[in-house]
Design a protein around this ligand. Structure first.
Ligand code: OXD
Ligand code: MN
Length: 619
C-alpha cells in the first residue's frame, strides 16, 4: 500500500523524515493480511533466510548470526536528558550526542532494502489501556514476528485516526546493500559495537540499529511495552510490568487473577501455562511476559497483556515442563536458532526426546547428535536462547477473557527468583509497602553455571521487580512510583482492594540429599499449583498462615501435599520456615550492596521496611 495515503499528518511527517534519512529503495505500508504475511515469508525462504518445516504447518526456521542471538544489554540505552533520570542501573548517553551518532549510522542504512511501515497496537484493540505504535523496519523477519506478537496492520488506523497518540519506533538491521549486493542467506545485522537499542524517554521515542533479534528489533515488546511504557505509566499513575498474568480457578469454580515477576530463566512462561497436579484446580493464561495494570472505578488494579503472541525460549521446553507451550507452537510459528531434523522438524536440548539421526545445528552445520544428547557447553544443537514466536490464541489454556479490553482484576502479585538458600517456598507481605520492599530485593543467586568467577558464586544478582533491563527510568524513582500506587489507593479509601503481594521460591537446594532430583527441595512445575492454592485462600483471608519476622507463612498442613513424593513431604518443613541467620545476611547485603546504589532516590518507606525486618529478626 502507498504510505502517502496515511491520513495522520504527524505519522506521515515522521515517516517522510525517516525515509529521507535511511534512503530505502522502496517503502511499503503493511496491512497485516495473511496474503502479506505469506508473501514476505516466501521472500525470506527464497532469500535463504527461512526454512519451511515439513512437520509443522505454516511454520518456518530462521538462523541468526552468532553475533546476534539475544538482547544486548550493554548496547541498550536509556537516553534521558540527564544521567540521573536514567538512574544507576541503566546505560546512558546524552541524547544530543547519541542522536548525532545514530543519525550517522541511519544515513543511507536502508540502501537496497524496503522500509516496512508497521502500524501496531499493544493490548486488545480499542482497550482503554492499549497503546499504539508505528515501527519502521528494513527487516521482513521483524514484520513477520510483529504480526504474531502484536495486533498489527490496517485495523489499527481506525483507533489512531488522524491525530491519535503513537510511539514512533525506528529500526534498521544496519546492513545496507549497495551496488546490487544480496544477503545470500546470511542474517543481516551490524557489528556489536555498532548496535544501539535506544529509548528516548522524554520524547517517547525508540531508535534501534544493528540487531535483528527479539527484544532488540521487535520494538513493541521490551522497548515500548516496558521501557517507554514504564515512563508513561509513572507519569499517568499506572504500572507497566515484566509480569505474567494467569487465571486461577479453584474446585468451587471461583476465579482469581494473579500476576508474577520473575527474572529470565526462572520458569515464567511455564508458570503462566501450568497444569496443576492438585485435583479440581485450573490455571489459564492471560499473558506470559508483560502486564499493564490500571486502576478501575472499583479501586482494583486491572491488567491487560499488551502482547498477542509468545516469544518463548525453546531449550528446556518439553511435554513435561510446558506441554501447553509446545502445542501453542505446533503451527503458524516462527522458530529462530533451533536445530533442524532430517524429517523437517525442529529440535532443541531439553525437548524431552532424543534427537534422531543427523541434525542441522543452529549455525547451519549438519552434525550427528551427541551421545545422550549431552552437548558440551557452547556446542549445543540449538542456541540456548533459541526461540519460538507463536500466536497466543493457539495456546490450549488461553483464558477466554485474555483479550477483554477492560483487563482482569488482579488479586495477587508474585515475585520470585532462583534462591538456593534463605528464601522460603512462599511468604506474604504484611502490607503494600512491605510488598514493594519484597519486589525491590528480587534476585537470583549466582551459580557456578552462570559465572566463571568463583568469588562471585553465592552472591545475589539483584533484579528488582525482574525489570532491571527493562525499566525506562531511575529505578529508585520506580520504587517510589510503586509506593505511590499504594498511597493513591489509601487516599481513595480503597487500600483493601489492592492485590496481596507474595514472594515465592521454587529453587531451594540441598545438594547433600541424594533423593532429590537435581538437588531441588521442591518439585516445581505443576506442583507449584499447591502454592498457588495457598495464595488463593490467603487472598480470601482464610486462616492458613502464621505471622513470622519475614511476613505471613503457611501454617503447618496448609500446603496441600496429597500425592507429593515422600522426599518432598520431608523437605517441606525446611523450606517453609524462617532461616533467621540467612535473612540477617540478606539484610546486610541489601543494606551494604543493594540499596546504596539508589542514593536519595530510594524511598524512605523501603529503608523503613529493611529496618523493620532486621528488628523483627533480631528479637
Ligand atoms: C524475554 C526476557 O525474552 O525477559 O522475555 O529476556
Ligand atoms: Mn521477559
Amino acid at each position: 500500500m502507498d504510505y502517502k495515503t496515511i491520513k495522520h499528518a504527524k505519522i506521515l511527517a515522521w515517516i517522510e523524515e525517516c525515509v529521507k534519512m535511511c534512503e530505502p529503495d522502496s517503502v511499503y505500508l503493511c496491512d497485516g493480511s495473511t496474503k502479506e504475511y505469506d508473501t514476505l515469508m516466501k521472500k525470506c525462504v527464497d532469500a535463504g533466510l527461512a526454512t519451511p518445516l515439513k512437520k509443522k504447518e505454516n511454520s518456518f526456521l530462521f538462523r541468526s548470526l552468532p553475533s546476534d542471538v539475544a538482547r544486548v544489554e550493554a548496547r541498550t540505552f536509556i537516553s534521558a536528558k540527564t544521567e540521573e533520570a536514567a538512574g544507576p542501573t541503566n546505560h546512558w548517553i546524552d541524547p544530543v550526542e547519541l542522536k548525532a551518532t545514530m543519525k550517522g549510522l541511519y544515513k543511507g542504512c536502508m540502501h537496497g532494502r524496503t522500509m516496512y511501515i508497521i502500524p501496531f497496537c499493544m493490548g486488545p484493540l480499542g482497550s482503554p489501556i492499549a497503546k499504539y505504535g508505528i515501527e519502521l523496519t528494513d527487516s521482513e523477519y521483524v514484520v513477520l514476528n510483529m504480526d504474531i506478537m502484536t495486533r498489527a496492520g490496517e485495523k489499527v488506523w481506525q483507533y489512531l485516526g488522524t491525530d491519535g497518540e503513537f510511539v514512533p519506533c525506528l529500526h534498521s538491521v544496519g546492513k545496507p546493500l549497495n551496488n546490487g549486493e544480496k544477503d545470500n542467506g546470511i542474517w543481516p545485522c551490524a557489528d556489536v559495537e555498532h548496535k544501539y537499542i535506544t529509548q528516548f524517554p522524554e520524547e517517547r521515542l525508540i531508535w534501534s540499529y544493528g540487531s535483528g533479534y527479539g527484544g532488540n528489533a521487535l520494538l513493541g515488546k521490551k522497548c515500548f511495552a516496558l521501557r517507554i511504557a514504564s515512563v508513561i505509566a509513572r507519569d499517568e499513575g499506572w504500572l507497566a510490568e515484566h509480569m505474567l498474568i494467569l487465571k486461577l480457578t479453584n474446585p468451587k469454580g471461583e476465579v482469581k487473577y494473579v500476576t508474577g515477576a520473575f527474572p529470565s530463566a526462572c520458569g515464567k512462561t511455564n508458570l503462566a501455562m501450568l497444569i496443576p497436579t492438585i485435583p479440581g484446580w485450573k490455571v489459564e493464561t492471560i499473558g506470559d511476559d508483560i502486564a499493564w495494570m490500571k486502576f478501575g472505578d472499583d479501586g482494583r488494579l486491572y491488567a491487560i497483556n499488551p502482547e498477542a503472541g509468545f516469544f518463548g525460549v525453546a531449550p528446556g521446553t518439553s511435554a513435561e515442563s510446558n506441554k501447553n507451550a509446545l502445542i501453542s507452537a505446533e503451527k503458524n510459528t516462527i522458530y529462530t536458532n533451533c536445530a533442524l531434523t532430517e524429517d523437517g522438524d525442529v529440535w532443541w536440548e531439553g525437548i524431552g526426546y532424543p534427537a534422531k539421526g543427523n541434525l542441522v545445528d543452529w549455525k547451519g552445520q549438519p552434525r550427528p547428535a551427541f551421545p545422550k544428547d549431552k552437548a558440551p557447553k557452547g556446542e549445543e544443537m540449538a542456541h540456548p536462547n533459541a526461540r519460538f514466536t507463536a500466536p497466543a490464541k493457539q495456546c490450549p489454556c488461553i483464558a477466554p477473557e485474555w483479550e477483554d479490553p477492560k483487563g482482569v482484576p488482579i488479586s495477587a502479585i508474585l515475585f520470585g527468583g532462583r534462591r538456593p538458600s534463605t528464601v522460603p517456598l512462599v511468604h506474604q507481605a504484611r502490607n503494600w509497602n512491605h510488598g514493594v520492599f519484597l519486589g525491590s530485593i528480587v534476585g537470583s543467586e549466582i551459580t557456578a553455571a552462570s559465572t566463571i568467577n568463583a568469588a562471585e558464586v553465592g552472591k545475589i544478582r539483584r533484579d528488582p521487580f525482574a525489570i532491571l533491563p527493562f525499566c525506562g527510568y531511575n529505578m529508585g524513582d520506580y520504587f517510589a512510583h510503586w509506593v505511590s500506587i499504594g498511597k493513591t489507593a489509601e487516599k481513595n479509601g480503597k487500600a483493601d482492594k489492592l492485590p496481596k503481594i507474595f514472594y515465592v521460591n521454587w529453587f531451594r537446594k540441598d545438594e547433600n540429599n541424594a533423593d532429590l532430583p537435581g538437588g531441588f527441595m521442591w518439585p516445581g512445575y505443576g506442583d507449584n499449583s499447591r502454592v498457588l492454592a495457598w495464595i488463593f485462600d490467603r487472598c480470601d483471608g482464610v486462616d492458613n498462615c502464621v505471622d513470622t519476622p519475614i511476613g505471613f507463612m503457611p501454617k503447618e498442613g496448609a500446603i496441600n501435599t496429597d500425592g507429593l513424593a515422600d522426599y518432598y513431604k520431608k523437605t517441606l518443613p525446611e523450606i517453609t520456615k524462617v532461616d533467621k541467620e540467612g535473612w540477617l545476611k540478606e539484610v546486610k547485603d541489601i543494606r551494604e550492596n543493594h540499596y546504596p546504589k539508589f542514593g536519595k532516590h530510594l524511598p524512605k518507606e523501603l529503608s523503613d521496611c529493611l529496618d523493620d525486618l532486621e528488628a523483627r529478626l533480631s528479637k
